[in-house]
Design a protein around this ligand. Structure first.
Ligand code: SDX
Length: 428
């Protein structure tokens, strides 16, 4: 239906119309860009019902538990694609042909080394610094090294920055781990895939050849695909807001990493493992659940602002968990068994059913990463390296839009009304 509208009616009989804009999928939106003519603002802390932008990149149907990257269901990409192909899709809008895929992979995999001076930044941190603190600092510092690709209005500069970030963030993450462990810095290796290289950079040592387990590398590549993008989540919105001021892409991605670190967002995978350690055994689940219901703590890895059904990524992550644990002979892994028991209990409990709380992407990811040998502190850095492509895709989509404006929300002010200064001698 063309030219749909909604009408705001006042008590005095006056009214104002606002156009309704249709999407290709999902809810239509009310265009309130002229709402200030009412003399009022809308009010939506946490953006529960607010679309901040128009986008063609990722679609989520929270009720049906569906996730599409450029229209392709995440289940099909997780099964048939690989991470770099999914990166190409998110950035360019279409799956690459054979030539395009070869060139894209070659370009990313030959830009994954770091300028040698960047390694000095790591040494400014204490050895026990959280790797996310290191990621925020070092990724932000990249803007000091790449002056030649910082004209954000030049599409070629945007493309060069995208390649540099997708290629170098895994190297930075792996060096943060090695610095924390007191290991010498490692370097990417030609001939390895993106996920194989990450495992190589994490676990290789100068004294022996590190042999990548292809099952683990494939599982990690799939985990990267699952975390690559998720429409306007908190960290992506942070990148968009930072980018709307014209800040350079490296600073914007550093801002996204900082936001992702929070336990309500990307830090949840680390929090799930800590929660499983605290619960310890299935016998302690009833007491833990009591604590959830009286709001002492949350069931980490459960719940989502958009999904009011199972997060489709959680289903794939659970299958991946099964594969990895079987490959490693850990199918009796107590943490996995506890997590499955916790999931079963929660999904049958009215408290969770009434609130439509289901496992999200973070519930099983920590168990898989643990089984692969990745320490808990590296879970969120891995989420960040995978999400870098999503952040860049959204940043590029926004910067390329000629109608882009700086993001500047307003507020409902409930503070003091105007009053005059009182000299200190006259104060009570
Ligand atoms: C990610 O946005 C994205 O797309 C994020 C992400 C991505 O890919 O970018 O999907 C990645 O961040 C996944 C979410 C990871 N976070 C966690 O697993 C942390 C635990 N989850 C919660 O903190 C919470 O569910 C949020 C933050 C994810 C969502 O919070 P909302 O949408 O603001 O929901 P809410 O806090 O208003 O909760 C509604 C009700 C409340 O109870 P009542 O006040 O109605 O009694 O549900 C309860 C909440 O207390 N609730 C939970 C709960 N999550 C919500 N109760 C127990 N355990 C939980 N995990």
């Amino acid at each position: 239906m063309e030219n749909r509208k909604v009408t705001l009616s006042y008590e005095d009989g006056k009214s104002i119309d606002f156009p309704v804009l249709p999407g290709t999928l999902g809810p239509d939106v009310v265009d309130i860009r002229t709402f200030s003519k009412t003399g009022m603002f809308t009010f939506d802390p946490g953006f529960l019902a607010t679309s901040a932008c128009e986008s063609k990149i990722t679609f989520i149907d929270g009720d049906l538990g569906q996730l599409y990257y450029r229209g392709y269901p995440i289940e099909q990409l997780a099964e048939h694609s690989d991470f770099l192909e999914s990166c190409y899709l998110l950035l360019n809008g279409e799956l690459p042909n054979a030539e395009e895929k070869k060139n894209f992979d070659y370009t990313v995999l030959r830009h994954n080394m770091l300028h040698d001076q960047i390694l000095s930044f790591f040494k400014g941190f204490r050895r026990d610094a959280h790797p996310m603190a290191v990621m925020v600092g070092v990724v932000g510092a990249l803007s000091a090294f790449y002056h030649d690709s910082l004209d954000i209005n030049d599409p070629h500069h945007r493309e060069v920055s995208a390649f540099r970030l997708i290629a170098k963030v895994p190297t930075i993450a792996a060096q943060a781990y090695r610095y924390n462990k007191g290991l010498p810095f490692s370097y990417p290796k030609a001939g390895l895939t993106y996920a194989e290289n990450f495992l190589h950079m994490m676990f290789s040592t100068p004294v022996s050849e590190y042999k990548v387990n292809p099952v683990l590398a494939r599982a990690l590549d799939r985990i990267f695909i699952l975390h690559a993008d998720h429409e306007q989540n908190a960290s992506t919105s942070t990148v968009r807001l930072a980018g709307s001021s014209g800040a350079n892409p490296f600073a914007c991605i550093a801002a996204g990493i900082a936001c992702l670190w929070g336990p309500s967002h990307g830090g949840a995978n680390e929090a799930v493992l800590k929660m499983l350690d605290e619960i310890g055994s299935v016998d302690n689940v009833p007491a833990f659940m009591e604590g959830v219901k009286n709001k002492t703590h949350k069931l980490m890895g459960f719940g989502h602002r958009v999904y009011k059904n199972m997060d489709p990524r959680a289903k794939i992550m659970k299958q991946t968990c099964d594969e990895v644990l079987n490959e490693l002979g850990l199918h009796n892994d107590p943490k996995f068994k506890l997590a499955m028991a916790l999931e079963k209990i929660a999904l049958e409990d009215p408290y969770f059913i009434e609130r439509k709380l289901y496992p999200n992407v973070d519930f099983y990811s920590g168990i898989v990463l643990s089984a692969i040998g990745i320490p808990v502190s590296m879970f969120t850095p891995i989420f960040a390296l995978a999400r870098t492509v999503g952040w860049i895709a959204h940043w590029t989509e926004m910067i390329a839009d000629p109608g882009m404006k700086i993001g500047r929300p307003r507020q409902l002010y409930t503070g003091a009304v105007r009053r005059d200064y009182v000299p200190v001698a006259e104060r009570k």
